[in-house]
Ligand binder design. Structure first.
Ligand code: RUQ
Ligand code: CUA
Length: 682
């Protein structure tokens, strides 16, 4: 009895708390717990059995159509694949659409045992991300970018940034494995990355919180003179599948907090656009009676969009007109001004993100504290630059007057953040404060695609809750597909079973394959490993990953046959002084050799090749106490090295349940004690 009373009190508190927290109650599609619509009426076109199930579960007609639109029978593949930031997990999530099934977590910045990432495989790649020699084995991943050809996703590579430490990683989509991590030598954190130019010549990494370049020390009183923003252009070498730091450069920017960037395309190809906030150059210091950053950085009515002429910048870099920061070439702010590389234009109140329409004609910016999206015309911006009719900011950077470059403003709702596009002439903007997605009509050449007047709000759909980014199928390419939109919600509140005070974020799939104001919410997917920021959705048919590695003895890091590959019949153990080299193969259901006898103090170089040619015939390999754990996909060759400093008997075994005799897929590593240890062992 007392227990029940307690439960009732708790429930009452929870209901009250959630009512006051929930930003806006759903008003669109009904939810399973009840909203408005009645359960499916009898005879709604369902078989008697299906209708009975629907009735027993209290499903509405909307629920049923949502289920039918997302259900995939076993063995049927999704039409689209999402590559989502894994947030603080430092990884990338691969999700199928419309099923919203998690297909894979790709290890990137953080060790991941299943893939052996950081336990024998990938150690060198992870080490590339060390900062000043210190291991940093997590990341705050924000924005994945698929490689593009002609402004369209080509399915070859994926890039993603680490905001916390200003790093960029590259994943090869032939095997969904991370190949490279680069640490930005100029900035200690970033945000405006990653974005690619239309043919992936450059991967863009913009900064966030201004600091002296190279994160040198300087007091905050010197903020205006010594603190700077930046944007780095990493040259991508598609043949090597790597960024080439030796052909990359940075542009020094004023100490406004550059936020997000987007690469111009088609009409605007060759230009880069970055929004910013804190044009006020607030330096915080709430503890000393200064306005806190949140107030100081939002005092002004406008911040600055940055327009960067990348073609010019590349010329200037190639001409060697750069300075160096930590050995990395930097085009100075003054050079950027003198050479006509950098322009600014005002943007309303503390914006977040800039997104370019598929034709490259318009740049869309949302002020977080302004209910509008502001649309800029590339043509007008070029005309304004041409006219020479501008003032400058405190650093001498030309500021193009807003009225000269603005095309339109659309009032969309409260807290607008990010925008994506479809194939029907609509744009979609996330509304953080309203917890909604706004659909609005584009003008320009898009005006013919829809019945509405251009630059108008067409409809909104509620999401749950506090949406950050959104994504549309191929929604930031030159030819979006429309069809599906995913709302990346920061809060979940009551959407899922309570799993304690730390809640998953909520990806919500929305059907946008219709015109007008109806957008149906289809599915909720909890993200339980960190806060994802952005994601991109590519047509599954554009991906062509390998089923097995092309040849036996494949080194995934070099994407070629390893010189250390071990072919069947070539297994052996070779001793050379106190260096022991093991040449091992793995195949169902044994390792060869099964005995590895070494001596304490030996240096061990151990090559293993999975000689399988069967789809999905992966073997694991772990050596206890030595922190070694590999995943060997069919054909894969790996080499590990360690000092046999611990004497004893160590059974290595396969960690993937690969066959009926998987448990027997094992062997003994015998490390014979020597010296004093040998005496003790007697
Ligand atoms: S963030 S919620 Cu892209 Cu890093 Cu916007
Ligand atoms: Cu190989 Cu289990």
């Amino acid at each position: 009895m007392r227990r029940n009373t307690l439960i009732m009190v708790v429930i009452t508190i929870l209901v009250i708390a959630s009512c006051s927290l929930v930003p806006k109650q759903p008003e669109g599609p009904a939810t399973p717990d009840g909203g408005g619509e009645a359960a499916v009426p009898a005879g709604a076109g369902l078989s008697a059995g299906a209708a009975a199930i629907a009735e027993a579960r209290g499903l509405t007609p909307d629920d049923i159509s949502a289920a039918l639109k997302t259900y995939l029978p076993t063995g049927v593949h999704d039409d689209y694949v999402i590559f989502a930031s894994g947030g603080h997990s430092g990884q990338v999530l691969v999700i199928g659409v419309p099923s919203m099934r998690l297909l894979k977590v790709i290890a990137v910045f953080t060790p991941e045992p299943w893939q052996g990432w950081g336990y024998g495989v990938g150690n060198e790649v992870l080490a590339e991300g060390d900062v000043n020699g210190r291991e940093v084995r997590w990341a705050d991943t924000h924005h994945p970018a698929l490689s593009e050809t002609g402004g369209d996703y080509d399915g070859q590579f994926l890039f993603i940034n680490d905001k916390a430490n200003a790093r960029v990683a590259i994943i090869d989509l032939r095997d969904f494995e991370t190949k490279q991590i680069v640490k930005n030598p100029v900035a200690i954190n970033d945000h405006g990355g990653t974005f690619v130019t239309p043919n992936t010549d450059y991967v863009i990494e913009g900064g966030q919180y201004a600091a002296p370049l190279g994160w040198e020390y300087a007091v905050l009183d010197d903020y205006n003179d010594k603190y700077r923003g930046m944007v780095t252009f990493w040259k991508f070498d598609r043949d090597q599948g790597r960024i080439d730091p030796a052909s990359s450069f940075t542009i020094e920017l004023p100490p406004y907090w550059q936020d997000l960037c987007d690469a111009g395309k088609l009409a605007s190809e060759g230009w880069i656009f970055c929004n910013s906030f804190n044009a006020e150059r607030a330096t915080g210091g709430i503890e000393s009676g200064n306005p806190p950053f949140e107030a100081g950085a939002s005092q002004g009515d406008t911040d600055y969009m940055h327009l960067i002429n990348l073609v010019k910048a590349e010329e200037v870099y190639k001409a060697g007109n750069t300075t160096e920061v930590n050995g990395f070439p930097v085009i100075s702010l003054q050079t950027a001004i003198d050479e006509g590389i950098l322009y600014l234009t005002p943007e309303p109140k503390s914006p977040h993100g800039v997104d370019i329409t598929p034709d490259g004609q318009f740049m869309v910016i949302s002020g977080k504290l302004d209910p509008h999206v502001t649309i800029y015309s590339f043509e007008k911006m070029m005309a304004a630059i041409e006219s020479g009719n501008w003032d400058t900011d405190d650093y001498g950077v030309p500021v193009l007057p807003l009225d000269d470059v603005k095309e339109a403003q659309v009032e969309v709702g409260l807290g607008p953040l990010h925008t994506q596009f479809d194939n029907q002439g609509y744009a979609y903007t996330s509304l953080f404060l309203d917890s909604a997605v706004a659909r609005w009509s584009l003008g320009g050449d898009f005006a013919d695609l829809h019945p509405e007047e251009p630059w108008q709000l067409v409809g909104t759909t509620s999401v749950h809750y506090n949406i950050g980014h959104l994504l549309v199928a191929e929604g930031d390419t030159v030819s979006p597909d429309g069809k599906y939109l995913v709302a990346m919600n920061k809060w979940a509140i009551d959407r899922f079973a309570n799993v304690g005070p730390l809640l998953p974020q909520n990806f919500q799939l929305i059907d946008i394959d219709n015109t007008g104001d109806s957008m149906q919410l289809l599915y909720d997917m909890p993200i339980g490993i960190g806060e994802p920021h952005y994601a991109q959705m590519i047509e599954y048919a554009k991906l062509s990953p390998w089923e097995i590695y092309p040849e036996i003895g494949w080194d995934p890091h070099s994407q070629s046959v390893s010189p250390n590959a071990v072919q069947p019949g070539e297994e052996k153990i070779v001793r050379n002084g106190n260096e022991v080299e093991v040449f091992m193969t793995a195949v169902r259901s044994h390792f060869t050799p099964e005995h590895v006898e070494i001596e304490q103090g030996d240096h061990v170089i151990w090559h293993i090749t999975n000689i399988e040619r069967a789809y999905d015939a992966t073997h694991g390999f772990s050596i206890p106490a030595y922190n070694i754990n590999l995943s060997l996909e069919p054909g894969e060759a790996q080499t590990i090295e360690f000092d046999a400093d611990q004497p004893g008997v160590f059974s290595y075994y396969c960690t993937e349940f690969c066959s009926a005799l998987h448990l027997e897929m094992t062997g003994y590593m015998l490390v014979k004690p020597n010296g004093s240890a040998a005496l003790l062992a007697k």
